[in-house]
Design a protein around this ligand. Structure first.
Ligand code: DOR
Ligand code: ZN
Ligand code: ZN
Length: 414
């Protein structure tokens, strides 16, 4: 196929290394079919899916089961993160092609979840052991940095205040305890040779960005991720319970935009966390009963394109943040670039168009978006996966899902 893209911008397909497509166990929120449709329509051609499913992906058997379950249902290429703390199982998942290991420093699930502890690893000694093991498999470790004790205290305080004030919840979630937890992670990583990836760095106070940068300068192999910091003050006011917990810290969006532009944040990933409106509404009675996060995989590239057109960063920085850097993190060398030998995963952007985000037209099963109604400069007009058009003007093109299961290349990295 020959495509004339005159007056358009051609970008490498976006690689989102942090999505929650909810399979198995939470298919009422999302599955690979719907999540990958959202990705494709938004210009994301590769996703890496997190292990906090039901049951979680914490053994080779479950890794294989998930790989086989989603086979043939994904519209975009996909890698899978491994989870858990069992080194022999992690080794086996590394052998099966996991793109990395995700570790939680809090309990990622509700208190009544029988699997609540399976993915968490709070103590520093075990963390170092894990980092050494992952270095030997050439796998990155993505860390959900949190201070569990602080969360418990805050939950009690906010419950007593019965507040749904998104700003208050957002701000109080990011206490200094999170910075201490980050310091422990960086200290445990030092000298192990492990690549440590700080997931959603925007969950920490903004000072975390400088701590991460300092560690990087001191030789720790650390990368940091955040989503497009588009949740500004008015969004938080408008969103109410839909925005908490875990929206962007009120007032700090500019700091994150600067960090994305100057390299203190290495890559953009969405933490696409589809929850139904009904799930979120639980927070009206008790804000901590609202599950954290929001759907974002279909809106991330349009939001980043809007940022380029607003002069916040360059097209090449955009391609680095949304494609090249995330592909490197997960060892997906054929992705994330427009170069000979790459996969021809491409996105066409019309810089002269305008897009209005319309939640009713998005493809996630969550059925809502924090960005609903936002007017954005530019439009993602076509998505190509390995040279074949899979989406145009926000809709899937007919044809069977063509996404492939991906495993990291070049395992011999030092
Ligand atoms: O916001 C989040 N949502 N952070 C997580 O770590 C979990 C995720 C989810 O699964 O909903
Ligand atoms: Zn997380
Ligand atoms: Zn996440």
């Amino acid at each position: 196929e020959v495509v004339d893209v005159r007056d358009r911008i051609l970008l490498p397909g976006a690689v989102d290394v942090h999505v929650h497509f909810r399979q198995p166990g939470f298919e009422h929120k999302e599955d690979f079919r719907t999540g990958s449709a959202a990705a494709a329509c938004g210009g994301v051609t590769t996703v890496c899916d997190m292990p906090n499913t039901h049951p979680p992906v914490s053994s080779a058997e479950r890794f294989r089961a998930k790989r086989d379950l989603v086979e043939g249902t994904s519209h975009v290429d996909h890698g899978l993160w491994a989870g858990g703390t069992d080194l022999p199982e992690l080794a086996a998942m590394a052998g099966l092609g996991a793109v990395g290991v995700k570790v939680y420093l809090n309990r990622s699930h509700r208190a009544d979840d029988p699997y609540a502890d399976e993915l968490s690893m709070p103590d520093a000694g075990t963390l170092s052991t894990l980092f050494r093991a992952c270095a030997s498999w050439a796998l990155p470790v993505a860390v959900h940095v949190a201070d569990h004790d602080q969360e418990v205290r805050l939950r009690a305080r906010l419950r007593a205040a019965s507040t749904t004030d998104a700003r208050l919840v957002s701000r109080s979630y990011r206490g200094d305890g999170v910075l201490d937890a980050l310091a422990r992670v960086l200290a445990a990583a030092a000298g192990t040779g492990c690549r440590v990836h700080i997931a959603h760095a925007s969950l920490a106070p903004v000072a975390a960005l400088d701590r991460i940068d300092a560690a990087r300068r001191a030789g720790v192999r650390v990368t940091a991720e955040c989503g497009p910091p588009a949740l500004l003050e008015d969004d938080l006011d408008r969103l109410g319970v839909l925005g908490v917990p875990f929206a962007f810290p009120a007032g700090d969006a500019e700091a994150y935009w600067s960090a994305l532009a100057d390299g203190r944040v290495d890559l953009v990933a969405t933490d696409h966390a589809p929850h139904t409106r009904q799930d979120k509404a639980a927070g009206l009675d008790d804000v901590w009963a609202a599950p954290p996060g929001y759907p974002g995989v279909e809106t991330v590239l349009p939001l980043m394109v809007d940022a380029v057109l607003a002069g916040r960063l360059s097209w090449s920085r955009l391609a680095e943040l949304t494609s090249a850097a995330p592909a490197r993190l997960c060892g997906l060398g054929g992705k994330g670039a427009i170069t000979p030998g790459a996969d021809a995963d491409l996105v066409v952007v019309d810089p002269a168009a305008t897009t209005t985000v319309d939640a009713a037209r998005l493809h996630s099963r969550a059925g809502w978006s924090p960005f609903d109604g936002r007017r954005l400069a530019g439009a993602v007009t076509a998505t190509y996966l390995r040279g074949r058009a899979i989406a145009r003007d926000g809709e899937l093109l007919p044809g069977p899902p063509a996404g492939r299961f991906l495993t990291p290349e070049g395992r011999a990295r030092p």
